[in-house]
Design a protein around this ligand. Structure first.
Ligand code: PLP
Length: 285
């Protein structure tokens, strides 16, 4: 079965799903995106993802091409047409197609909207979470507004590749003060020797992950202590546990950072319990 994508009003086989060479997403990375977990006709945390999308668009002054409800219908339709049992749906909105010029087009053009979906291997992800992953640290050389879910991801791409080149799985960005900001496509967390969870406060220096937001509910329900603040790489080396969160990986334990084992070098009980309970607190629409 061919995969189906939605492109500007049409559902098309992936091979025919194309955008114009003068799309501003292609030319300037002038656009934003969302990734949502879903399957079996449901989307996880749809309203939170669409709220964040609205915010990202408004920060870069692109208008919503349609209502959140209408977008939700398209997301579900793409999931259904691809017969996704468990997977992710990807949505991208750019400023549209126009002659190449850095300034916004005048008059405005229609934003471009693309939606794709693909299955995830649940068993493989679970096996990875049982083993944990290694990460490397890299300087955070991204722009100053990574709270906007921009499609301009070159530093993230290079960071992830550097990790793979060094036999690790992901990278943690470290800012000029030596503090960990987040992972290449996930938020970063540690559990301190005293058992407190720490993740960076959501300023302009990280993306406010939806998984991160939901995890606070799980943490509260489990009566765990949590602090939103910057933490250094040194603190991470000395942590009892470390993990990352994202819509596609939920909670994924980190067992090595820059080759150093974290805790006993195996996924810890806190990350494991948070992962187990996550879907009880996520919204399934
Ligand atoms: N941080 C970055 C840079 C990301 O790209 C992502 C997800 O793609 C996240 C954090 C986690 O966000 P979410 O939990 O909404 O998937």
């Amino acid at each position: 079965m061919s995969r189906i994508a939605y492109v500007n009003g049409r559902y098309l086989p992936l091979r025919d799903a194309k955008v114009h060479v003068e799309d501003r997403g292609y030319q300037f990375a002038d656009g934003v995106y969302e990734v949502c977990e879903g399957g079996g006709g449901r989307l996880i945390d749809e309203s939170r993802h669409l709220e964040r999308l609205k915010r990202s668009l408004s920060e870069i002054r692109i208008r919503m091409p349609m209502s959140a409800a209408a977008l939700g219908v398209i997301l579900r339709e793409v999931v259904a047409r691809n017969r996704i049992g468990y997977g992710i749906v990807y949505l991208q909105i750019t400023r549209g197609v126009t002659r190449r010029d850095h300034a916004f087009p005048v008059p405005q053009v229609e934003p471009s909207l693309v939606v794709t979906a693909r299955p995830l291997n649940m068993a493989r992800n679970a096996a990875l979470a049982e083993k944990g992953i290694a990460v490397i640290s890299v300087p955070d050389n991204r722009w100053g507004r990574v709270d906007i879910k921009s499609i301009g991801l070159l530093p993230n791409v290079l960071a992830r590749q550097a990790a793979i080149d060094q036999g690790a799985r992901d990278a943690w960005f470290v800012d000029k003060d030596g503090a960990v900001t987040e992972a290449a496509s996930a938020n970063a967390w540690i559990v301190t020797p005293a058992g407190k969870l720490v993740t960076r406060h959501a300023d302009h220096g990280i993306l406010r992950g939806i998984t991160r937001t939901v995890l606070f509910d799980v943490i509260n329900a489990q009566n765990l202590a949590v602090e939103e603040r910057a933490f250094t790489l040194e603190e991470a080396f000395a942590a009892r546990e470390a993990f990352i969160t994202s819509a596609s990986q939920i909670v994924l334990p980190v067992v090595r950072i820059d080759g150093r084992p974290i805790g006993d070098g195996r996924p810890g009980p806190v990350a494991t319990a948070l992962r187990r309970d996550f879907h009880r607190y996520a919204e399934a629409g």
